[in-house]
Design a protein around this ligand. Structure first.
Ligand SMILES: *Cc1c(COP(=O)(O)O)cnc(C)c1O
Length: 452
């Protein structure tokens, strides 16, 4: 095997916040005009700035503005953008071969990614992993495995869920606008139950777990019939839905119920998985061992890679040739993922994610002391959010979040929003961000909140 040298000087932009033009700058505005002429209207970007380079905690735009990145491209570049080990491994692989199609010729890196996920995912049982390109594709395939293994049709999902944008996963996603509006008819055999959302549970946060579980149980036992349900699919912390951490104990009751009824529990860890929450997988916080786990966002260090990992007997139920895809488990993306695993281990990013979570929680709590706008602070590790409201009845305050986001961007901080009501400010910093930069970014958020 020829060993190919990675680029000797992998230049990284300095970790600073520096705004040198109005936002967006002139070059970004030029590109926006080309975009309007060449791209369809339905394809949007939440920030108007165009990227030139990025590393760890910063993104530099085409006008030379350097932003603190508190979003990681939606929880993707958890090990930092263009992380050195990801770049080295992917670059070397690019020069060896770019593609064979794993369905035609295998390669070792694919096996190594699967072996690693089998080892890292919760549970001591025998496991198998299959690779795909996107989170949606992983969720779609998890359903195919579950149906093949159980010979049952129905899929149960939750309020506020996000599972993707393909026909089946869009159907599984809760929110109408923008994800479903005008795109029906939807896939069949998808049923929705309440989520134990502590902050908005009608019976109060302390009753959320038991009452939501009772409704879940009733829908399955009295309306669907457990014998018709292939799988329950749940995000251990709901992502796009607003970083909703299910009330303590809810997931455990759901998991136990599924096991009793022969229903497969699928944890959609596309956003929460791969060290984001301070554990390799968010279901570990609740001691849950799902039958299948989907991963994607943080897995490939920015290259498209997704996986379904699960019980060997379930995964083996799909017949030979039934599962696959032309690009699935691309060799460059597999090498990138191996670089991600190495980086998480060598830099101890599980501990970093926990530390970032402590900082985020403490700083958001400090900001909340000076305002009535923040109704709830929640999340785990480097996946933390504040829900913005007005009044004692917790009316969602979407405008406040939009204003904060705009102010932050104008002042060199990139943040993301989320939530069924669009009123959640979410933080997903790269796990390699320095504490100084994180604190500086949160200082800008504090100023933004103070201005409202
Ligand atoms: C982003 C996301 C998906 C969809 O992943 P894509 O790569 O965009 O298809 C699915 N599930 C969850 C929980 C996600 O956060």
């Amino acid at each position: 095997m020829t060993v190919v040298e990675a680029p000797a000087e992998h230049r990284r932009p300095p970790s600073v916040r520096r705004i040198v033009t109005p936002i967006p700058g002139p070059r970004s505005i030029e590109l926006a005009a080309r975009r309007a002429a060449a791209l369809p209207a339905g394809l949007t970007s939440s920030s108007g700035v165009y990227a030139a380079e990025a590393a760890d905690g910063v993104l530099v735009d085409v006008d030379g503005n350097s932003f603190i990145d508190l979003g990681s491209g939606i929880a993707v570049t958890s090990v930092g953008n263009s992380a050195p080990r990801v770049v080295e491994r992917a670059t070397a692989q690019l020069a060896r071969f770019t593609h064979t199609c794993f369905l035609v010729n295998g390669y070792e890196s694919y096996l190594e990614v699967c072996e690693t996920l089998n080892r890292l995912t919760p549970g001591e049982h025998e496991k198998r992993t299959a690779l795909f390109n996107t989170g949606s594709e992983a969720v779609e395939n998890a359903i195919k495995y579950a149906r093949a293994a159980t010979k049952r049709p129905a899929v149960v999902v939750f309020d506020h869920a996000f599972h993707g944008r393909t026909l089946l996963t869009m159907t599984m996603t809760a929110k109408n606008m923008p994800y479903k509006y005008s795109f029906g008819p939807f896939a069949s055999e998808v049923y929705r139950v309440p989520m134990a959302y502590p902050y908005r549970w009608p019976g109060g946060p302390d009753n959320a777990a038991d009452e939501a579980f009772e409704q879940f149980r009733l829908v399955i036992d009295t309306q669907l019939g457990a014998g018709s349900v292939a799988a329950v699919v749940v995000e251990p912390i709901q992502g796009e839905g607003g970083f909703i951490v299910p009330a303590p104990g809810f997931l455990r009751q759901v998991a136990d119920f599924c096991r009793e009824r022969g229903i497969l529990l699928i944890a959609d860890e596309v956003q929460t998985g791969i060290a984001r929450t301070g554990q390799w997988f968010a279901c570990e916080h609740e001691g849950i061992v799902p039958d299948l786990i989907t991963t994607a966002k943080g897995l490939g260090g920015g290259l498209p890679l997704a996986a379904v990992t699960g019980r060997a007997d379930v995964m083996d139920a799909a017949h030979p040739g039934g599962i696959g895809g032309t690009y699935s488990g691309n060799p460059v993306a597999c090498e990138a993922a191996l670089g991600v695993f190495e980086t998480i281990q060598t830099l101890d990013l599980l501990a970093r994610a926990q530390r970032i979570g402590e900082i985020l929680r403490a700083e958001l709590a400090a900001i909340a002391r000076d305002t009535t706008l923040i109704g709830d602070i929640r999340g785990r590790g480097a996946m933390m959010a504040a829900e913005f409201v007005t009044g004692a009845d917790h009316t969602p305050n979407r405008d406040a979040v939009a204003e904060i986001t705009r102010y932050a961007q104008d002042n060199g901080v990139l943040t993301l929003t989320a939530g069924t009501f669009g009123n959640v400010l979410r933080f997903l910093p790269p796990l390699t961000i320095s504490e100084e930069l994180l604190m500086e970014g949160l200082g800008v958020i504090r100023d933004a909140v103070a201005r409202i």
